[in-house]
Design a protein around this ligand. Sequence first.
Ligand SMILES: C[S@@+](CC[C@H](N)C(=O)[O-])C[C@H]1O[C@@H](n2cnc3c(N)ncnc32)[C@H](O)[C@@H]1O
Length: 258
Amino acid sequence: MPLDYSADEIVVSPYSKLAGIYDDVMSHVDYKQWARYIQKMILKWCPEATRILDISCGTGSLLAKFDSNRYRLFGFDLSYNMVMEAGRKIRALQFPVSLWCGNMKSFRLKNRVDVVVCLYDSINYLLNFEGWSRCFDCVFDSLNDRGVFIFDICTEKNSLKYFRNYVERKNRNQYQYLRASKYNAETNVHTNRFEIAFNSGSQKYVEIHQQYIFPANEVFDFISKSKFKKLYAYDGFTFRSAHKNSLRIHFILKKTGT
Ligand SMILES: C[S@@+](CC[C@H](N)C(=O)[O-])C[C@H]1O[C@@H](n2cnc3c(N)ncnc32)[C@H](O)[C@@H]1O
């Protein structure tokens, strides 16, 4: 059942309205643990790193958990509202992070970094490998030699197991929320429809998010043809190799020289 149909329905761009409630909706995600995992990977594969850039920083939850005494932190995101939320969080925590709005398919840095991260299946928002190529080129140019690119993907197993026809609802004091997920195994497109109604207004906002679920073997093939050297593909949140039943895969690639 959708949220109340009597409300005026307004279709808005991804993360424009979700941004304001994103942290509440994602309160089950343990970003501290995630940041710890990524930092372990960095210490193992790029121990000399001092500068980290998150190219889909969302509301800055992951950046805010990195060790700011050790690393200089930077982040951008396509969604202006997500970056605004990130700014609020970072200021409240008095946490030193530089943030801006940007597109992972077309960005350039004044000063290179040692690590680029793109997590929580953000790269799945790029709907084809042409988009990946543009992203990989930008990341490559933004990294110092021997810098690393860490990203993750959601696998088809995950979409089929949990999101074939998934519905989630929240009824809070300030808002009502519905997420309906569908996975089309013919097109490999995973669609999330978010309906959000703030109790202070009469509108219902609808966001349609589409993510392409790249077959893992095609991702491996794409990486092998890229300028990067693949260091490892980890089964999500572990240091074991990814396998055919992995639900999330964390990749770590190295820039081996220009
Ligand atoms: C699932 S959220 C994850 C956000 C954040 N990484 C986290 O872990 O909470 C996906 C994010 O990818 C961002 N995104 C989608 N396409 C993008 C693009 N082309 N460039 C930069 N960010 C993008 C969205 O705006 C959104 O904030």
